[in-house]
Design a protein around this ligand. Structure first.
Ligand code: HPA
Ligand SMILES: [Zn+2]
Length: 332
C-alpha cells in the first residue's frame, strides 16, 4: 500500500450511512430516509450545492462529544487501511455551532480522537477548521475568536462550502489565524474560475489551494503556482461526482504533473463520492495508467505539502522511498 499524506478531507464527509443511522438512532432522531439503501440512492449529485444540501442535513444528527469522536475514529480506522500515514483534516465548525452544538463539544470529540490517532492508528494528524463561505465573514471571525479561547490543538484554517461571492471579506479571519501561527488553506477553483485561486493567494495569503483544478484555465497563474511551489490538493472522484469533469479519463493529472505543479491526491468527502484516498489513486492509476515514477511524485508532493516539522517530514519521505524500492524490487 502506497504511504499517503491526506490533506483534503472533510471529517463530516466521511460520515458513512451505517454510522449516520446508528448515531441518529441513539440520539432519538428520525431520519427522512427509511433505510440505508434509500439514503444511498440520494448520492447522485448534479453539482456542489446539491451535494452540500445532503452533507449538511446528514451531519445534523451529530450532537454529543461521543458522536464527533466516533466519526473521527471511524475515518482514521478506514484511512489506516487506505495507507494514510499523516492526515490534516477539515472540520466545518460553524455547521455545528449554528445548530446549537457548543464548539467545545464538537471540537472536544474530534480532538480527543485525533490526539489518540498516532497510538491507535499510526497516523499523525492536524486539525484545520474550515469556515463556510456562504455565511457572513463576521461569523467566521467570531467563530475563530471563540476557538482560539478553547484548549484545542489547532493546525490551521480553511474556507469551503459553495464557491460563490468573493473570498476577500474573509481576510480578517486569515490575518488573525496568521497572527496566531496557524497555517492557511482555502477551497478555490473547484466550481469557481481561476480568478478565485488568485484571490485566495493574493488576499488571504493561503499556503495551499484546495482543489484549484480550474487554475489550469490561466497559464500565468499556473506558472506562478509552479514557481512558488504552491500545492494543489486535488480530489478526483469528488470532481467527477460533482460534475466538475465528465469522467476520470479527462482528469488533467498528467498535464499538471508535466507542468511541474505540486499536486496531491485526496478524497474530499469519501463517504459521498465513492472512495477513500486509496480508491482515488487506484482508479486514476487504472484509467490514466500512472507509472511508478508518477505515483512516487504524487506521494512525495504530499510529504512536501504537509504542515509537519522536519523530523516528521523525513520519516514520511523515508516511508515513500521504502515503498518505491519495494515496488521496484517487485517489478524487477
Ligand atoms: O468539495 C467541496 N467543496 C466545497 N466545500 C465542501 N465541503 C465539503 N466538501 C466540499
Ligand atoms: Zn473539499
Amino acid at each position: 500500500m502506497m504511504p499517503t499524506v491526506e490533506l483534503h478531507l472533510h471529517l463530516e464527509g466521511t460520515f458513512e450511512p451505517e454510522l449516520i443511522f446508528a448515531v441518529a438512532e441513539r440520539n432519538g432522531i428520525t431520519l427522512p430516509y427509511g433505510d440505508i439503501e434509500e439514503l444511498r440512492r440520494r448520492y447522485e449529485f448534479t453539482g456542489l450545492q446539491n451535494f452540500l444540501d445532503l452533507y449538511y442535513a446528514n451531519m445534523a444528527v451529530l450532537r454529543h462529544e461521543q458522536d464527533f469522536a466516533d466519526l473521527t475514529r471511524a475515518y482514521l480506522a478506514r484511512a489506516r487501511r487506505a495507507g494514510v500515514r499523516h492526515a490534516e483534516v477539515f472540520f466545518d465548525i460553524q455547521a455545528h455551532t449554528s445548530r446549537g452544538v457548543p464548539a467545545e463539544v464538537a471540537l472536544g470529540g474530534v480532538s480527543e480522537a485525533l490526539a489518540a490517532s498516532e497510538r491507535e492508528f499510526g497516523i499523525s494528524t492536524g486539525l484545520i477548521v474550515t469556515f463556510l463561505r456562504h455565511l457572513p465573514a463576521e461569523d467566521a471571525l467570531r467563530s475563530l475568536e471563540e476557538i482560539l479561547r478553547l484548549d484545542v490543538p489547532l493546525l490551521g484554517v480553511g474556507l469551503c462550502s459553495s464557491e460563490v461571492g468573493p473570498a476577500a471579506p474573509f481576510k480578517p479571519v486569515y490575518d488573525l489565524a496568521r497572527a496566531h501561527g496557524l497555517r492557511r488553506v482555502a477551497h478555490a477553483g473547484e466550481e469557481g474560475p481561476a480568478a478565485n485561486v488568485r484571490e485566495v493567494l493574493d488576499v488571504l495569503g493561503v499556503e495551499r489551494v484546495d482543489h484549484g483544478i480550474r487554475a489550469l484555465e490561466d497559464d500565468a497563474l499556473v506558472d506562478r503556482l509552479v514557481a512558488e511551489r504552491v500545492p494543489l490538493t486535488l480530489c478526483p472522484l469528488s470532481n467527477v461526482r460533482l460534475r466538475v469533469l465528465d469522467n476520470l479519463a479527462e482528469y488533467p493529472l498528467r498535464r499538471m504533473l508535466e507542468r511541474g505543479l505540486v499536486v496531491t491526491i485526496n478524497s474530499d468527502d469519501p463517504a459521498y463520492f465513492g472512495g477513500y484516498v486509496d480508491e482515488n489513486v487506484r482508479q486514476l492509476t487504472d484509467v490514466l495508467g500512472l507509472s511508478l515514477d508518477e505515483l512516487t511524485t504524487l506521494a512525495r508532493n504530499g510529504v512536501e505539502a504537509a504542515f509537519v516539522d522536519d523530523a516528521r517530514r523525513a520519516e514520511l519521505a523515508a516511508e515513500v522511498t521504502a515503498w518505491r524500492e519495494a515496488q521496484l524490487a517487485h517489478q524487477g
